[in-house]
Design a protein around this ligand. Sequence first.
Ligand code: ZN
Length: 133
Amino acid sequence: MKPRLDHIGIAVRSLDAAKIYESLGLTVEHTEVVETQRVRTAFLSVGDSNLELLEPVDAASPIAKFIEKRGEGIHHLCFRVDDIESHLARLKAEGYRLINESPVPGAHGCRVAFLHPAAGNGVLIELSEKIES
Ligand code: ZN
């Protein structure tokens, strides 16, 4: 399977930011605290992809630091992949900087890993593998 755009992550001060998308007719279908990222997330599906709103749970959250430095806005793109380990190993071998060299738990019980923004020309890229249970 080719990677698919799973979601666009948007850094917000509050999940109340969902209101504009709800006014567009989208619905918050899932909210979850992701401890590894210190964020509260809300997912709104848009066709085959989703918006992921990211609200920091505390000042130590990477999202809090992002908002402090750059303000609210688009934070990352997430690609759904099969076999996340083989993607990480290949990217590393090709010289791309990784934030997570091995997958960590993400929202929806997925296994996720972030590449360094320098690897994506300023775009923070997340890979996500869905675990079928
Ligand atoms: Zn994400």
